[in-house]
Design a binder for this molecule. Structure first.
Ligand SMILES: NC(=O)C1=CN([C@@H]2O[C@H](COP(=O)(O)OP(=O)(O)OC[C@H]3O[C@@H](n4cnc5c(N)ncnc54)[C@H](OP(=O)(O)O)[C@@H]3O)[C@@H](O)[C@H]2O)C=CC1
Ligand SMILES: O=C(O)CCC(=O)C(=O)O
Ligand SMILES: [Mg+2]
Length: 742
């Protein structure tokens, strides 16, 4: 990697953000070129990652390099300047769909072996599993997280408050969690003094020892913890929760993170499906096994596989499923028109986005009848569930939040180097039998041990010392920069947090904290504290571990500014580089569906605009490029103007969409560059461009809007055909030719 030519890596991802890139990137490339900045793309899409992992199955011309591995290495260097768009964290049904699409395009990829029958299939599954779930973010996140709503975005939301569903004091919505037998209740934690390693062993009741993980390397001062969720306790809890929803006449829903917690949460999800449809699974277990049905993949997969049965048997089972539906409480729906429930696909209801969306809409979800209804939100583990119950209680007491007046909660998140639960996949196991799981160090000393039973989920997490120090520093810096109180959301009664609190006390004195307000509070108290401030219009910094980073950076943005897509999301990499994530949200599959059906893309690229500005600013600092600084400043101006003039995409067809908003960004950016006097060359270059764009505004917007209102075919969902997608996303010849002249 040369340090001479300043370079920005722009990632090519999936779904809506990938479509938006076809339109935005040519503009970005044209503008940044004027500062001598090179923008290179790297394909980290689900399809791209699949292809990169199976070169031996493919023709020479089909092979591509492993861009993710390359960027993972780059992220560890000071030169890194990466703009990371959201990507699919694939569940098994999504993996299978992507593989199928690629096969149909001539890629001789193997099928995903759900139940591998031999060593060869095991190896194929292992390769696919590397691509499955949240496989991108943890590789790139070599730094902690700084997410906040920029001033312009917050002010815009105050002036143009989004709709908020009213809250009633009589709302029957609540969160329910296990009373015991969960990860929270069983957690043990130790801090290693010296670097070394541990192994994880399972000893069955007959004394037979299985090594679950031969070696996990540990650094000086690393915190490790282990916990277990009891299958028995989970199932009896679920049975009670389902009964409770029925008795209280509310919807039943479950909220997990099956993407990032790709080993544990699909299993928990599967238990929910099995318990909800208990009679069906008990009666037809053998048939299901024969059909390769796993409840972990959800009802969608179950129905697809049932289709293989002869009609009478299929109908019998479907009738049994229907009988369960009738007996059980109504399920919360993902799409009530299509009959897709909360239990259809494990990755459809992702807790970080789904809980805030419900809180925003009066604490309700959609029922099978297409009507909103109070809901029992099932979040089995207690570690973080209390945050949502506290927020719900607050809304019942004070009514819905008012975006016009509410304060802001930003986040400093401990995330670097696969911190905490989100790095636990390779140390998570479902136990085959009863026995004891032990974590044993290099001197054969048992550090932690748990009694387990068949089917229990056991996991170990790690967090290294250097990321913790960096996180404490980042928290202090944000508190200093804003003068706002910073709250560490840590519970001294939780084993892991207890170790972390010791480190916070150890590292805070490394910084000058005079005049700063810094607290340490358990999550529920911290929620209360932050919400008491928020309704007074006051801001608070949440300083959290990795999971709450994820949860809170959707919760507060969705309440405050309507979506997490408008967040500034910076990852100052620990070795000096910068990773700039766009927004905090995902890849919004329903946006693609709308685009395919009616040619309107409602994806808002605001997160990309904000990320590009900070990326250019970072580049100007690291490479002394003053033009890049001017580009960054004027881009921020343009983004502010775009918000003020309401040129963000609309949700409705035949109104300005993603492409139209890109045109306005380009026009305002060019106008700001033409108006500035810091760089005469840029001024001159952009004066003519600004003039051309301004004069052609109505022609261009007409051309862009005329492309809407019809079905779009971009040649694929996971791997669109470049020419088709580029044509669909750049339908204004006038606009294209003006940009090309730059
Ligand atoms: N950083 C990453 O890489 C992340 C990836 N994901 C992945 O994204 C996929 C979908 O996840 P999901 O939990 O549904 O979360 P999303 O954040 O994609 O969706 C929640 C809703 O937020 C709104 N939204 C999000 N981003 C935008 C945007 N830029 N413009 C306009 N609206 C937006 C949309 O609502 P509406 O249109 O109704 O207003 C959307 O349906 C999954 O594959 C998941 O793994 C999820 C989170 C982060
Ligand atoms: O990596 C993922 O699957 C999702 C990431 C996410 O939701 C976040 O970082 O906010
Ligand atoms: Mg998230």
């Amino acid at each position: 990697m040369s340090t001479k030519t300043p370079k920005i890596i722009y990632t090519k991802t999936d779904e809506a953000p990938a479509l938006a890139t076809y339109s935005l990137l040519p503009i970005v490339e044209a503008y940044t070129k004027t500062a001598g900045v090179e923008v290179e793309t790297r394909d980290i899409s689900l399809a791209g990652r699949i292809i990169a992992n199976f070169p031996d199955f493919l023709k020479e011309e089909q092979r591509i390099g492993d861009a993710l591995a390359e960027l993972g290495e780059l992220a560890k260097t000071p030169e890194a300047n990466i703009i990371k768009l959201p990507n699919i964290s694939a569940s098994i049904p999504q993996m299978q769909a992507a593989i199928k699409e690629l096969q149909s395009k001539g890629y001789a990829l193997p099928d995903y072996p759900e139940e591998p029958q031999n060593a060869e299939e095991e190896a194929i599954k292992a390769r696919y599993d590397k691509v499955k779930g949240s496989a991108v973010n943890p590789v790139l996140r070599e730094g902690n997280s700084d997410r906040r709503a920029p001033r312009a975005v917050k002010n815009y939301a105050k002036k143009n408050p989004h709709s908020m569903g009213a809250w009633s004091a009589n709302s029957k919505s609540n969160v329910v969690s296990m009373p015991g037998g969960d990860f929270f209740g069983s957690e043990q934690s130790v801090t290693t003094e010296k670097a070394g390693h541990v192994r994880i062993e399972f000893t069955a009741e007959n004394g037979e020892v299985t090594v679950l993980k031969p070696q996990v390397a540990l650094q000086d001062g690393e915190i490790i913890d282990a916990s277990v969720m009891s299958k028995k306790a989970l199932r009896s809890f679920l049975e009670e929760a389902i009964e409770r929803a029925k008795n209280e006449d509310v919807l039943f829903s479950v909220h997990l993170k099956a993407t990032m917690m790709k080993v544990s949460d699909p299993i928990i999800f599967g238990q929910v499906v099995e318990v909800f449809f208990k009679e069906v699974f008990e009666k037809y277990g053998a048939v299901f096994q024969e059909l390769g049905i796993s409840a972990n993949n959800g009802l969608g997969d179950l129905h697809a596989k049932l289709a293989k049965l002869p009609a009478p048997q299929k109908e019998e089972i479907e009738a049994a499923i229907k009988a369960c539906y009738d007996k059980r409480p109504p399920l919360a729906m993902v799409n009530s028109d299509k009959g897709i429930t909360n239990l259809h696909v494990p990755s459809d209801v992702i807790i970080d986005a789904s809980m805030p969306a419900a809180i925003r809409t009066s604490g309700q979800m959609w029922g099978p009848d297409g009507q909103p209804k109070d809901t029992l939100f099932t979040i089995p583990d207690r570690s973080y569930a209390g945050v949502y119950q506290a927020t719900i209680d607050f809304c019942k007491k004070h009514g819905a939040f008012d975006p016009a007046t509410m304060g802001s909660v930003s986040n400093v998140g401990l995330m670097a180097q696969k911190a905490e639960e989100y790095g636990s996949h390779d140390k998570t196991f479902q136990l085959p039998a009863s026995g004891i799981v032990r974590v044993i160090d290099q001197d054969d000393k048992v550090l932690m041990e748990h009694q387990v039973e068949q089917g229990d989920i056991w996991r170990m997490c790690q967090v290294k010392d250097a990321p913790i120090q960096d996180w404490v520093k980042l928290a202090v810096n944000r508190a200093k920069a804003t003068g706002v109180p910073a709250v560490f959301w840590l519970n001294e009664d939780r084993a892991h947090d207890n170790q972390l609190i010791k480190k916070v006390h150890k590292y805070l004195p490394d910084h000058d904290t005079t005049g700063l307000e810094i607290h340490i509070m358990p999550p529920v108290d911290a929620t209360q504290f932050s919400l008491d401030r928020i309704i007074k219009g006051e801001d608070t910094i949440s300083v959290t571990g990795n999971v709450l980073r994820d949860y809170l950076t959707d919760l507060f943005p969705i309440l405050e500014v309507g979506t997490s897509a408008k967040m500034l999301s910076i990852v100052p990499l620990m070795n000096g580089g910068g990773l700039f994530e766009t927004g905090a949200g995902g890849s919004a599959p329903k946006h693609v569906q709308q685009f395919e059906q009616e040619g309107h893309l409602r994806w808002d690229s605001l997160g990309e605009f904000l990320a590009l500005a900070v990326s250019l600013e970072h580049l100007s600092n690291t490479s002394d490029n003053t033009k890049a600084k001017v580009l960054a400043e004027t881009l921020d101006e343009a983004t502010g103007l775009l918000l003020d003039n309401r040129k963000s995409p609309s949700r409705k067809v035949n109104e300005l969409d993603n492409r139209g908003s890109h045109f306005y960004l380009a026009m305002y950016w060019a106008q700001a560059l033409a108006a500035q006097d810091k760089d005469a060359e840029l001024k001159e270059q952009f004066t003519a461009l600004a003039k051309a764009l301004t004069e052609n505004e109505s022609v261009i917007v007409d051309e862009l809007n005329a492309a809407q209102g019809q079905a779009m075919d971009v040649g694929g969902y996971y791997a669109p055909v470049f020419e088709l997608a580029a044509k669909a996303m750049r339908p204004s010849t006038t606009f294209n030719s003006i940009i090309e002249k730059l």
